[in-house]
Ligand binder design. Sequence first.
Ligand SMILES: O=c1ccn([C@@H]2O[C@H](COP(=O)(O)OP(=O)(O)O[C@H]3O[C@H](CO)[C@@H](O)[C@H](O)[C@H]3O)[C@@H](O)[C@H]2O)c(=O)[nH]1
Length: 510
Amino acid sequence: MCSRYGDKLPAVDIFVCTADAKIEPPTMVINTVLSVMSYNYPPEKLSIYLSDDGGSEFTFYALMEASQFSKHWIPFCKKFRVEPRSLDFLFSEFQQARSQINRRMKLYEDMKFRIEAATEKGNISKEVKDQHKGFLEWNSQVTKQDHQSIVQIRVSSEISNAPIILNLDCDMYSNDSDAIKEALCFFMDEKHGHKTSYVQHPQSYNNITKNDIYSNVASTTHLIELAGIDGYNAALYCGTGCFHRRESLCGLKYSENYIGELKNSVCDTKKDRTVHELEEGSKILANCSYEKGTQWGKEMGLMYGCPVEDIITGLTIQCRGWKPVYYYPETRKAFLGIAPTTLDQALVQQKRWSEGMFQIFLSKYCPFIYGHGKIKLGAQMGYCVYLLWAPCSFPTLYYVTIPSICLLHGVALFPEVYEPMLSRFANEGGLIGSSPAEVSKVRTLLHCRTTWSARFSRFLFWVIHQKSRISYDEITNDLCPILSVKQLYRVCTLYCDDNYNTPSVSPDVS
Ligand SMILES: O=c1ccn([C@@H]2O[C@H](COP(=O)(O)OP(=O)(O)O[C@H]3O[C@H](CO)[C@@H](O)[C@H](O)[C@H]3O)[C@@H](O)[C@H]2O)c(=O)[nH]1
């Protein structure tokens, strides 16, 4: 792609967001930042932003360390084509490559030690603080909830204004250094590229446990549901691992006249302004009060006011006429994150998601209302697979509890079999046309005083026999592995009473 488009490749802004230095350790955050800094992409076209809602000076310090470390790390990655470019992962997984990476590993471990020691102590030494004037922003009045502006999306419009934006959670590192180029293939497609608003990657994890009891792999979601909904041009925006077209994210409506040129823009304003001027200008934009009375959070940028702002944002973009793409690369996942591994983490996450999605269903953003006439019916229904997670928990709960309890207590799950039903089953089983003696045998079978499940099992066995016209011996010896009738047979023999003793001899069915 670089050789084909050369200088015409668009600039890309990458946003990593973090919120709490305790839950999201600064070393993890810089792992993500360093992994995206080392993309195989012209460095002058890449701008990386870290949004720290918690305003932690430890994260700031970690970034400062990372910027020093990157001078050793990025050239090394590019020279030896290291994959993936997440330090923690690489150093823990590829012990055999130690000799090659020993020097970087030592540098990294020293840096990690310094950052962790400062975080643990809750204090950054004066010596370190003197190295960067940024530390002056932190004083005794600064708290997690109330601090000066750090970075917001619209800030990048002041600084780099790239036409493509990648947004990432801080625990989601880049696992494929060519991911930007792959995503650009969609945006730069000559036929359909101009309609593409975003390219969403699945949310995959690198800490999947052996039994994956919280179902973090989510194969059904990733390989079937999201891919299926994409067939209706309605890829869901999942909040991370997503490449956006800046214009569509900032509220532009798609129209047939839209050319969709990805201008290699570096904001004009940047050229004549000093770093200090840019910084001051950005602070105004980043302040929460900037968006009061504007369309930010309503029509522009991410939609606020809902725990799953990403789903709503994706829906509104699609309703403005854009066609997003869901991309599941088969060879190498583009991003890997950290999945919840304990019950409380999993419950909190699932509860927040299902609550937030049900809120959307009940709000004016319900896809059947908001999306009516704007997106396809299949897409509206596809959204509801997720938006109705919360109420779907009731039937799910029923299916996992009630049948198990019934089976344990020998209670019938289905109504008792009675005469009109029998004729239907008999038809299915090929009994119609059988001799009266045969039919009578089945009747006896169904009405003998054993448990309901035994009767039903015996009946199934009979149906197989009738359908296939082969002997019981053949069924049990040859077809058991395929049809699993052996268990059925056992159940039959166990519950067989005097009225009917099929399993031992093959009845005459001629
Ligand atoms: O006030 C906040 C809260 C969270 N975050 C960051 O947002 C990301 C996701 O938050 P998290 O609490 O880890 O939520 P998850 O449930 O793991 O996130 C998934 O679900 C969210 C809601 O749909 C999406 O926003 C996320 O992108 C998606 O990964 C993390 O990097 C946080 O640091 C902030 O920047 N500010």
